[in-house]
Ligand binder design. Sequence first.
Ligand SMILES: Nc1nc2c(c(=O)[nH]1)N[C@H]1C(S)=C(S)[C@@H](COP(=O)(O)O)O[C@H]1N2
Ligand SMILES: [Mo]
Length: 413
Amino acid sequence: MNLLNPSDHLFNRRGFLKKSSLATLTTLLGTDIVFANQLPPNYLPMAFDIDPMANKNKQLVVLSDKPWNVETPAHLLDDAVTPADKLFIRNNGLMPETIDAARWTLTINGESVKKAKTYTLGDLKKKFKPYTYQLTLECAGNGRSGYFPKTSGNQWTDGGVGCAEWTGARLKDILADVGITDDAVYIGYYGKDLHVSLDPAKPVISRGVPMRKALEDETLIAWAMNGQDIPLVHGYPLRLVAGGWPASASGKWLHTLAVRNKVHDGAKMTGKSYKVPINPVEPGVDPPEDQFRIIESMPVKSLITFPQTGAMLAAGQMLALRGHAWAGDRSVREMAVSADFGATWQKANLKPPKNRLAWQHWSAEVKLPRPGYYEVWARATDDAGVSQPMVMPQWNPEGYCNNACHRIAVKVG
Ligand SMILES: Nc1nc2c(c(=O)[nH]1)N[C@H]1C(S)=C(S)[C@@H](COP(=O)(O)O)O[C@H]1N2
Ligand SMILES: [Mo]
């Protein structure tokens, strides 16, 4: 899409940028628009007056603006902990326009609670011990653009992933306080966003995780990201965070959480959303719904975050590389890089994660023998011995879980 011709929905009836548009543009800019209140009607700040696909990757890339889907070029994910202005945005609907955090409540209900209970944000912060974890969130559609035949959906390249630091209460502590029954199977979240049709009766997305994931230490009801209030685009003021699983399970603008006595059947839990065929299919084949399973832990994957693809090196200069690796519920055991299209591999230095479900940092120094063009490939292996594929992994109709090796181009000389 081209922001030169912004569609009307960015602006309100009077032609001024909507609060949620401003919040997103602020995220893209990485700083506030100081005189935002002075913007003339229907005026889009010139920083966005460009075709984002031709922006030489200096900023986040807008894949769609209704709803907002914004990805982060790999080299902008170089920070150990992803800052707010570099975390991808994946909205299925329209962000809530007005939020009163002082009156925000979280209700825990569903078939498998003894009695439904409602907490204010203040109650949650006072009553439960806070925990802070770095948690990797990756959209299940990240890498979709690498599938052939092409599948529908946002054409994410590599940047639908990030690892921020989240603070909140453990969901298991809250559920213990509420009291759940033995027949609990799944949790399902409900958020305050609105369907793009503006029909309040239409649900946007309501997903969840099975109890074994819900009750993990690291599954949080979070009110802070990187030590501050969660930015509006990432779910202010309250969000479920279940690291290592499709980020679609981490509900933003959370107001209700149901404890279900069956697999949650909210919007985008049913049909083929966030599901892959149980048995491998030939590329292009789309089996019936009952032959799909829900994606749980995400597959092993890694990124080269330095240097940026297209780097130029002087002859004789060592190539310093670094990046991150993650493996859903697992940890990464080994990281390797190749500069000769996978013919030989060199082991990289790999750090342990800060905590379970955080991405791990790796680095390597590679000698490139003579002037010319190279591709550098990076490959992670998880603690079960599973490695990233060099080429497209198992094709699936919705284009999920593409964990093929990341690669960059480098020129010497
Ligand atoms: N309420 C709500 N929660 C949501 C979504 C949404 O559209 N609405 N999108 C989900 C999806 S598909 C992803 S990948 C992540 C994206 O989180 P982020 O935008 O903070 O990076 O949020 C998830 N939680
Ligand atoms: Mo997603």
